[in-house]
Design a protein around this ligand. Structure first.
Ligand code: C2E
Ligand code: CA
Ligand code: CA
Length: 407
């Protein structure tokens, strides 16, 4: 049997970006040396490009032996600290394995399967290996099918937006609503955003989709206003990391605001903490430019992405949204409750307002109100609703919201 190992370094880009390419090059040389040392002399080690390496092992006795070689020798060898020009570097790698002739007999097919298995190793948390399996294949096929469908989804008008109200904690009135994307595909049925947003990011399709969301949400919001509904209420739209990195973003937002006549001060853009921390210096500049357009900025899923507090102070933001995992757990888990408490205090100290999402019960809402949260969002108040249901929901609210409507 012959084994094809697809090896990809974990977070190599970070080293290149922070320490420079010459340090990255030094690291790649050291990885190449270590790989050569861990395999036998008649095996082949090559670099495909970037931080991707391929190892071809001949005369493989079986999976067990191979598993030991990879997990007890190869992966640990790459994990060792490397010193490049005085910098101590630590990397790990993710390895995907395909076997000849069991998995495939064609060279290109073996590479494709090993690559797919590597992708699974990455998804499993990196610094590990995966053998190609039938499940891997099924997942790859499912992903390909979804990608094909996603490429046509905009054109075929398969997207729609649902709206979920955000409630002011003191007045209990609707303060605004978040637009959430829904995809109905004739082949795949209803696909939740948790399943396709990441794929849209990886394929770059999110730029087109994200622009559609922004335009459609602003257009709809203005249509509500023209019907005398929700005067002065805020609209929240999610932005993905790829959108934030896109050089066209500012122009696109400016254009949409002009086109739809949406007042910038009523638009709030939600960015996740991890997207901002991917490249905090660039994010800081982008956020300032967005603020100059007059829109508001919220950090979404706060508490999950290891924000540097120094950046939090420098970022021009208006709001923190406590990640729903902490909110959902706060009544049972004292650690979650402590985190929610700390985020609210931190936000207020920095002059930011704090929203809790994932509020599923009245006791939860009460606990959050007691902690001084500014806004509440969650199933207890309303699920995200399609436009007609959302309008119905707003009309059914007690007179506070009605008053707002009439104004
Ligand atoms: P998110 O921005 O954190 O949105 C909140 C999610 O929590 C929504 O899931 C919402 O339906 C759900 N949710 C709201 N209240 C509750 C509750 O009380 N309990 C529980 N368990 N869940 C609640 P949804 O709509 O499935 O969206 C998932 C994620 O997909 C969003 O998380 C957001 O990251 C992403 N997403 C959705 N629409 C867009 C979009 O237009 N653009 C981008 N870039 N991402 C989007
Ligand atoms: Ca959000
Ligand atoms: Ca969130």
């Amino acid at each position: 049997q012959v084994a094809v190992l697809f090896i990809d370094l974990d977070r190599f880009k970070l080293i290149n970006d922070t320490l420079g390419h010459h340090i990255g090059d030094g690291l790649l040389r050291s990885v190449a040396r270590r790989l050569s040392q861990t395999v036998r002399t008649d095996d082949t080690v090559c670099r495909l490009g970037g931080d991707e390496f391929v190892v071809i092992m001949r005369h493989v006795a079986g999976r067990e032996e191979l598993d030991i070689t990879i997990n007890q020798r190869l992966i640990p060898a790459l994990r060792q600290t490397t010193v490049v020009e005085g910098n101590s570097l630590n990397v790990s790698c993710s390895v995907g394995v395909a076997l000849f002739p069991m998995d495939a007999t064609e060279q290109s097919e073996l590479m494709r399967l090993a690559d797919a298995a590597m992708y699974e190793a990455k998804s499993a948390g990196r610094d590990t290996s995966r053998f190609f399996s039938l499940e891997t294949n099924n997942r790859v096929m499912a992903r390909q099918l979804m990608e094909t469908q996603l490429r046509q989804a905009l054109e075929n008008q398969e997207f729609s937006l649902h709206y979920q109200p955000r409630i002011h904690a003191k007045t209990r009135q609707m303060q605004g609503a978040e637009a959430l994307l829904r995809w109905h595909n004739p082949v795949l049925g209803q696909v939740p955003p948790g399943q396709f947003i990441q794929l849209a990011e990886e394929t770059g399709l999110i730029k087109g989709i994200g622009l559609w969301v922004l335009r459609e949400a602003c257009r709809q919001w203005m249509a509500f206003q023209q019907q005398g509904l929700f005067q002065g209420l805020e609209l929240s739209v999610n932005l993905s990391g790829a959108q934030l990195a896109d050089v066209d973003l500012l122009d696109q937002i400016r254009q949409v605001l002009i086109e739809t006549q949406m007042p910038a001060k009523h638009l709030e853009l939600e960015l996740t903490e991890s997207h901002l921390m991917d490249n905090p210096t660039a994010a800081q500049e982008k956020l300032s430019a967005l603020k100059r357009l007059g829109v508001n900025i919220a950090i979404d899923d706060f508490g999950t992405g290891y924000s540097s507090l120094a950046y939090l102070k420098r970022f021009e933001i208006d709001k923190l949204k406590v990640d729903q995992s902490f909110v959902l757990g706060m009544l049972e888990d004292s650690a979650d409750a402590a985190i929610v408490h700390a985020v609210i205090a931190l936000g207020h100290t920095l002059g930011l307002s704090v929203v809790a999402e994932g509020v599923e019960s009245w006791p939860m809402a009460q606990a959050l109100i007691a902690l001084g949260v500014d806004e509440l969002q969650g199933y207890w108040f309303s699920r995200p609703l399609a436009v007609p249901d959302f309008v119905q929901w707003v009309k059914g609210q007690p007179e506070g919201t009605e008053r707002r409507r009439a104004r």
